[in-house]
Design a protein around this ligand. Structure first.
Ligand code: AMP
Length: 217
C-alpha cells in the first residue's frame, strides 16, 4: 500500500500517520520529522530547512522532492509507505506521481484530515514538545502534571518556533494557497478519502480505521 496523508497543520496528521502505518505495516515517512532531524544534527539540509520552517514557510520544492526521492529508494519503502506531510504543493504531487510511474507503480489512496481553522489554532498554540524524548503534550487537551516538565522522562517542555501564533497564521495561509489545491488534484484522480479530523484523538482514529477498511473493501 502506498498512501499519502494530507491536512492542515495541527489536524493530527502525525498521530493518524502512526496509526495507519502500524495498521498497514508500512513505514511512516514524515518530511517534517526528516527536516527536524536534520536541523537537530546541524546538517546543511537542516540549516537550509530551518530558515523556512521557523518562518512558517515551505522548504523549496526541489530540496524537498530530492529528499523524498532518496528516502523512497530505501529498501523498507519499496513495497509500500505512508507519506505524512508530503506532497504539500502541486509540483510535489506531480513529482511524486512521476517518480512512482517511473517505478511502474502508483499511489493507492490519499487520506485527507478535514478540520476547521479555529480548531487548528487552538491545537497548535497549546502544543508543547519535550526536549528529552520528543513527546508532544498539550496544555489544554493533554497537560503534563507540571507546566514545563515532561511526565514521561522529566525533560523540559518547549514550544516549537513554528507553533507560535504569528507562525501558525503564516502556516495556515501557506496551506490554503499551496496545499489545499491538492484535494482537487487527487479528487480528480479518484484517490481522495476525506476523514473528519475534529474531536478526541480516539474518535478520529476510529474514523480513519473505518475509512481505510471501507476503501480497501
Ligand atoms: P510538519 O511537521 O509536517 O508540520 O512540517 C514542519 C515544517 O517542515 C513545515 O512547516 C515546512 O516548513 C517543512 N515541511 C514539511 N514538509 C514539507 C513539504 N512537503 N514541503 C515543504 N516544506 C515542508
Amino acid at each position: 500500500m502506498r498512501l499519502v496523508l494530507v491536512g492542515p497543520p495541527g489536524a493530527g496528521k502525525g498521530t493518524q500517520a502512526e496509526f495507519v502505518a502500524a495498521m498497514l505495516a508500512v513505514p511512516k515517512i514524515s518530511t517534517g520529522d526528516i527536516f527536524r532531524a536534520n536541523v537537530g544534527r546541524g546538517t546543511p539540509l537542516g540549516v537550509t530547512a530551518k530558515r523556512y520552517m521557523d518562518a512558517g514557510r515551505l522548504v523549496p520544492d526541489e530540496v524537498t522532492i530530492n529528499m523524498v526521492a532518496d528516502r523512497l529508494a530505501d529498501s523498507d519503502a519499496v513495497y509500500g509507505f505512508l507519506l505524512d506531510g508530503f506532497p504539500r504543493t502541486t509540483p510535489q504531487a506531480i513529482a511524486l506521481d512521476e517518480l512512482l510511474c517511473s517505478r511502474e507503480t502508483k499511489l493507492d489512496v490519499v487520506l485527507e484530515l478535514v478540520i476547521e481553522e479555529d480548531e487548528v489554532i487552538r491545537r497548535l498554540s497549546g502544543r508543547r514538545t519535550c526536549r528529552g524524548c520528543g513527546k508532544i503534550w498539550h496544555i489544554e487537551f493533554d497537560p503534563p502534571r507540571a507546566t514545563d516538565q515532561c511526565d514521561r522522562c522529566g525533560g523540559v517542555l518547549f514550544q516549537r518556533d513554528d507553533d507560535r501564533a504569528a507562525t501558525i497564521a503564516e502556516r495556515l495561509r501557506v496551506y490554503d494557497r499551496d496545499t489545499a489545491p491538492l484535494t482537487d488534484y487527487y479528487g480528480a484522480q479518484g484517490r481522495l478519502v476525506g476523514i473528519d479530523g475534529t474531536g478526541p484523538v480516539e474518535d478520529v482514529t476510529a474514523r480513519t480505521g473505518d475509512a481505510l477498511r471501507s476503501y480497501l473493501g
